[in-house]
Design a protein around this ligand. Structure first.
Ligand code: ZN
Length: 299
């Protein structure tokens, strides 16, 4: 414990004195796209970390307290940090930027709801993710007025590249026939993707991974897969593959295969093809085409 504390403290010493702390790799990628490369951007949760269940230890709490600006998703994605961040926002509102604010304000009708909860996985709609950019750029200009012009140029480029990415993904995914446009995944992260690109999603867990998996859900899904002859499902990089494997055993391993690992709530490691937002979505789209783009297996 002591050692862990020391490591965390050492981590804190590297925390930006005048930099940005993004809660996830996705938020960090967005921030980095808007800032000159010499501005330090730290990430609270590294690649592969599940934001729904992430709990702040002493080191990450210090990071949160020392950052000049914290960029978080909101919509309860960072479930166990939400109260802490809300408390900090009450004390120092200018230090907290929620990516969800412009979505709630301007795109409320497009936000998916499951009971009381709003689906936080908005990055799976490049057009919604794009809608978070102007407010974020404004917040960054406020914190770094010396980079205002640079940020404005980057904002314009980012808006264009996200629009291009949306068209590119649409073209890639057109290789999947309509009857195969069913995604079976570990948790319900792909609802916005489904809405934008014409898929149906059947997830083992709900919009948060912080829930138990019901045996009845697995049985219902197994029946659906048998009935519709969906050839493959997907595991996710930030969720244990255990439940999808269990589902595969229920259906029969020869009738349902694992189509690969989708990046859902975290980017891939830096320097890998899925280490950027665009790379991650391309990886997912290509995996879906490879697994679902062919004709269904024989009954
Ligand atoms: Zn999630």
């Amino acid at each position: 414990m002591l050692l862990l504390g020391l490591i965390n403290l050492a981590g804190c010493n590297r925390a930006p004195q005048n930099g940005i702390l993004a809660t996830t790799t996705l938020a960090a990628d967005l921030v980095r796209s808007l800032l000159p490369p010499d501005v330090p951007v730290e990430t609270l949760m590294g690649p592969g970390v599940d934001p729904h269940t992430f709990e702040a230890r002493s080191g990450s709490i210090r990071q949160l307290h020392t950052a000049r600006l914290i960029v978080h998703h909101g919509l309860h994605l960072e479930g166990r940090l939400a109260d802490l961040i809300d408390g900090m926002e009450l004390q120092t509102p200018n230090r907290i930027h929620s990516l969800a604010t412009p979505l709630i304000r301007d795109h409320n009708a497009r936000l998916r709801r499951e009971g009381e909860e709003v689906d936080p996985h908005v990055w799976f709609s490049p057009s919604l993710w794009r809608a978070t950019v102007p407010d974020l750029a404004a917040a960054l200009r406020r914190v770094f007025p010396e980079h205002a012009e640079n940020i404005a140029t980057r904002e314009e480029q980012l808006l264009q590249s996200l629009a291009n990415l949306d068209s590119e993904l649409r073209a890639t995914l057109s290789a999947i026939p309509p009857e195969n446009r069913i995604l079976v995944t570990s948790h319900d992260a792909f609802g916005y993707w489904a809405a934008d690109y014409g898929f149906e999603v059947h997830a083992i867990q709900g919009i948060s991974t912080a829930t138990e998996v019901a045996e009845s859900t697995l049985r219902e899904l197994a029946n659906l897969i048998t009935r519709t002859k969906i050839p493959a499902g997907f595991v996710e990089s930030s969720v244990s593959p255990r439940t999808v494997e269990k589902l595969r055993q229920l259906v029969g391993p020869d009738r349902f295969r694992i189509g690969g690992e989708l990046y859902s709530d975290s980017l891939g490691p830096p320097g890998t093809p899925a280490g950027t937002y665009a790379g991650m979505l391309r990886h997912n789209a290509n995996l879906m085409v490879a697994a679902l783009g062919t004709a269904k297996h024989a009954p």
